[in-house]
Design a protein around this ligand. Structure first.
Ligand SMILES: Cc1cc2nc3c(=O)[nH]c(=O)nc-3n(C[C@H](O)[C@H](O)[C@H](O)COP(=O)(O)OP(=O)(O)OC[C@H]3O[C@@H](n4cnc5c(N)ncnc54)[C@H](O)[C@@H]3O)c2cc1C
Length: 388
């Protein structure tokens, strides 16, 4: 039997799924509402579980070329600039068998799009409705056109319309209590060593840099604040200078060096995990299925895991799309939900939900030799389709 899949959303989840299904010989049509590759956000850390998925999709060489080399990690007192701890990443790499790679988001996205075939993506197609049928599921687009297939995969992101269809109604996301400013900046060792993931912490805030390819740092600032504070794009330097004026010299250098025009500001939200990912021939994947805070850097990795799990489900049920989607759901809900809750827990400690716990964490960091932090990161990495 030949199977056709419609994928809605050409983000990292949708594109990974498109490549994964095509590897099995499934016919795939990808629809994306925007008109070109323009992802929101500067970069992501692709942890070893995500890298293994990209390798599995045939992108080992390309991923390594785009990835920054992180040989060590450090935590720094945000106010004094004193190193609280510094340790090698090698034990982590040895334990899980794969180096993680921070990658500029636009480059990661383009790599995936090119692997599938950039010109084959149907850009400028906004889905406005999806519904299941006896033999086919159908999507309707804003331009009045439709497409039908054996399955529809809604990889339509955190505000997913497909999720609404699968769950029978909209669900409210939860504001996590902080705003993330992020961008790319040329490496400057006054901020942190070129091959280190450096994180300044203090006052329930976090400022971090990690290398991506091309002698650049991916940087971000986490600032707890109420939801809905107005912000004018282009004013990040003034805002951050006011928020971090009394922080260490490395943070001041970063604020001077960043480009306010390209610095993004994102309010961080997540969604309680849910177990229904499939309705008949329609399924959700990626942020549509598990919208998480970025506090353990696993949202995109989890989307890549979904794609590989979906491939394995169709490999095991090649002639039965309904059975394949059921197997996909069974393989993924617990694992993805666990990552969402782990991220939420880290988010609360990092951002001062209980200030005593945050102060205790700072104390722990001063005595840390890397063992506990690496154990935590390995705990996130293990449990996916290629890291069981
Ligand atoms: C600040 C921040 C930092 C992060 N850092 C990391 C990190 O370090 N590591 C990590 O693994 N993850 C990280 N993440 C999470 C990661 O960005 C997401 O998990 C990932 O982008 C999800 O991919 P996706 O394809 O599911 O969704 P998206 O990337 O959101 O893609 C969804 C696509 O669907 C399209 N779409 C939506 N609706 C429709 C429609 N109706 N019709 C047609 N197309 C539609 C959108 O235009 C979009 O292109 C971070 C997130 C944030 C906010």
């Amino acid at each position: 039997m030949s199977v056709k899949a419609v994928i809605v959303g050409a983000g990292m989840g949708g594109m990974s799924a498109a490549i994964a299904l095509e590897q099995l010989g499934i016919e795939v049509a990808v629809y994306e509402q925007v008109t070109e590759n323009k992802p929101v956000g500067a970069a992501i850390s692709v942890w070893s579980n995500g890298v293994k998925c990209l390798n599995h999709l045939g992108l080992q060489k390309e991923t390594a070329e785009l990835g920054g080399i992180v040989d060590s990690m450090s935590y720094v007192d945000g106010f004094t600039g004193d190193t609280m701890c510094r340790f090698s990443m090698q034990p982590l790499i040895d334990e899980v068998g794969q180096r993680p790679y921070p990658i500029a988001r636009a480059e990661l996205q383009l790599m995936l799009m090119n692997a599938y075939g950039y010109d084959a993506i149907n850009f400028g197609k906004k889905m406005v409705a999806v519904h299941d049928g006896d033999d086919r599921a159908t999507v309707e687009f804003a331009d009045g056109t439709t497409d039908s297939a054996d399955i529809v995969i809604g990889a339509d992101g955190a505000k997913s319309l497909t999720r609404e269809y699968v769950l029978g109604g909209p669900v409210a996301r939860r504001y996590a209590g902080y705003v993330n400013f992020n961008g790319l900046v040329e490496v400057d060792e006054k901020i942190g060593p070129a091959t280190e993931w450096t994180t300044y912490v203090g006052d329930s805030r976090r400022v971090s840099v990690m290398p991506v390819a091309g002698n650049r740092f991916y940087f971000f600032f986490d600032v707890p604040m109420p939801e809905g504070v107005p912000f004018e794009r282009g004013t990040a330097r003034e805002v951050l200078a006011a928020e971090f004026g009394d922080w260490a010299p490395g943070v001041q250098t970063l604020i001077e060096k960043l480009d306010p025009a390209t610095t993004n500001r994102v309010e961080i939200l997540d969604l309680d995990p849910f177990d229904t990912w499939v309705k008949g021939r329609v399924a959700v994947l990626g942020d549509a299925a598990h919208n998480t805070t970025p506090d353990i850097g696993q949202g995109g990795c989890s989307a890549m895991e979904d794609a590989v799990a979906l491939q394995f489900a169709f490999r095991d049920h090649p002639d039965d799309p309904l059975a394949a989607l059921a197997a996909y759901q069974a393989a993924r809900t617990e694992r993805a939900g666990d990552l969402v809750l782990r991220a939420r827990k880290r988010c609360d400690v990092t951002h001062g939900k209980d200030p005593e716990k945050t102060a205790a964490w700072y104390e722990e960091l001063r005595g840390e030799d890397g063992t506990n932090i690496i154990r935590g990161i390995v705990g996130n990495i293990v449990g996916g389709p290629l890291t069981s």
